[in-house]
Design a protein around this ligand. Structure first.
Ligand code: EPZ
Length: 419
């Protein structure tokens, strides 16, 4: 398996261009199933999860063309299969996002249950409950979700737990349902808002997106879209934490500072000097060691769980003791055991990890387990003395476009080792 080797100790300096948001691209690609008109999506990052989504759509009969400059063309007029098979779903849980659009467009869908993953059980019961409330007949057999609906009907759906893809599945289904759908306790993530804006550009009637109550007036049909996805706030946050950990000065271009308030607040608490413009953020650590910060993850606009591993790594080398509470997923501390191999001083107590910052970490071979944990390990390698080798780096390739090239641009000593 491919590995990444990092030789730590270099303060990062320079400018890095942020790619399109993975977690906005995935639902928007699936939204192409809602129409028989051609669609164009711009700003699409070259990621494993994107190629998996394109393969999944292709198997269903969607014509997909990858243009230059990160553009993807989609045409679902020839949609002929409503099945998301296990071999693809097991590699990408977000495949569940075809369920709502297929039900709305074709009245039927068969989607493999995603199964658990490294960060938790991650059930999809709320997706199914919401679609059932809209009149879908749903059974689970042989590891597959089998769903049918002559035509979905608008309903009031109250989500027990805030779920990002659950909100997105129900939102997409509601755009073609008969009547009005109200989604209560909806996710407010910027990626949900981006999907809603794209659906509106297709003619969907949506309001309240970005709040915890979304109202959708269903329509008979939707047009295609020609849409540009928002920048990836988690990729941007990851590079800003890398700058803070290494005492450097980094500017991220093509970002939306307003989507990173909770993260920028914690970076300022850690001692970083941050300046922002309309589409850029600069972090200057002025050669200082970061101060430890306390983190509690929560749905947006709270602190994002997808930035938890990166801040756990920052606390590992910070001045002081930081307490990190993970409230969204039940097992998102896989990176903690690996950080201990570098000499970090961390103690897990239930959903909390107490981190006593140490002055220095020492490079060692590490194992990546999930996307954001892997990012945390790479960040730790940037400050550890000597070489750190992160194995199973395919986890990183799922969510970071050309991470080693971008880090090298900032002065990091990092390279990919052949499998
Ligand atoms: C999305 O996952 C993101 N993925 C995740 O990013 C992100 O960590 C997560 O939201 C939280 O922000 C995509 O958008 C493709 P949830 P999702 O449903 O939708 C429970 C990354 O690194 N739940 O919001 O799968 C669930 O178990 C990935 O880019 C149910 O109980 O997460 C979890 O504890 C990782 N029943 C909580 O809700 C359900 O039916 C939040 O999960 C659905 C969810």
């Amino acid at each position: 398996m491919a590995r990444i080797q990092i030789t730590g100790g270099v303060p990062l300096n320079g400018t890095v261009e942020i790619s399109g948001a993975k977690n906005a691209v995935l639902p928007i690609l699936m939204a192409s199933l809602l129409t028989d008109q051609p669609c164009q999506l711009h700003g699409v990052p070259h990621l494993k999860d994107v190629t998996t989504s394109i393969e999944l759509l292709g198997r269903m009969g969607v014509l997909v063309s990858v243009g230059d400059r990160c553009a993807v063309g989609l045409d679902a007029s020839g949609l002929h299969t409503q099945v998301a098979p296990y071999d693809l779903v097991k590699t990408m849980r977000a495949s569940i996002l075809v369920l709502g659009p297929l039900l709305a467009r074709s009245g039927e869908a068969q989607v493999s249950l995603p199964g658990g993953c490294a960060i938790g059980a991650r059930p999809v019961d709320l997706h199914l409950a919401g679609l059932s409330a809209m009149g879908a007949d749903i059974t689970v057999e042989g590891g597959y979700i089998k769903a049918r609906a002559k035509r979905l009907k608008g309903a009031r759906v109250v989500l027990d737990t805030v779920t990002v893809t659950g909100t997105e599945n129900i939102l997409m289904a509601a755009t073609l349902a008969e009547g009005t759908t109200v989604i209560e306790n909806a996710a407010q993530e910027p990626e949900v808002v981006d999907l809603a804006e794209c659906l509106i550009s297709m003619g969907a009637r949506i309001r309240g997106h970005g709040s915890n109550t979304i109202v959708v007036e269903g329509r008979e049909r939707l047009d295609g879209f020609d849409y540009t996805v928002i920048p990836d706030r988690i990729e941007a946050g990851t590079f800003l934490v890398a700058a803070a950990m290494t005492g450097g000065r980094v500017r991220t271009d093509n970002v939306r500072p307003d989507t990173l308030d909770a993260v920028l607040g914690k970076l300022r608490d850690a001692g970083a000097v941050i300046t922002t413009g309309e589409d850029w953020i600069e972090l200057d650590m002025q050669g200082r060691r970061p101060r430890a910060v306390d983190i509690t993850t929560a749905p947006y606009p709270g602190f994002p769980t997808d930035m938890q591993a990166q801040f756990t790594a920052l606390n590992a080398i910070a001045d002081g003791t930081g307490v990190v509470r993970e409230n969204v997923f039940e097992n998102r501390f896989m990176h903690v055991l690996e950080l201990q191999r570098l000499g970090a001083n961390l103690l897990i107590e239930g959903n909390t990890v107490i981190i006593r910052g140490v002055e220095r970490l020492t490079g060692a071979p590490l194992m990546a387990t999930d996307l954001r944990a892997s990012a945390g390990l790479v960040l730790a390698g940037l400050v550890a003395e000597g070489d750190t080798i992160v194995d199973r780096v395919y986890h990183i390739d799922r969510g970071y476009e050309n991470i080693e090239e971008k880090l090298r641009q900032l002065g990091a000593r990092v390279r990919r080792l052949a499998a």
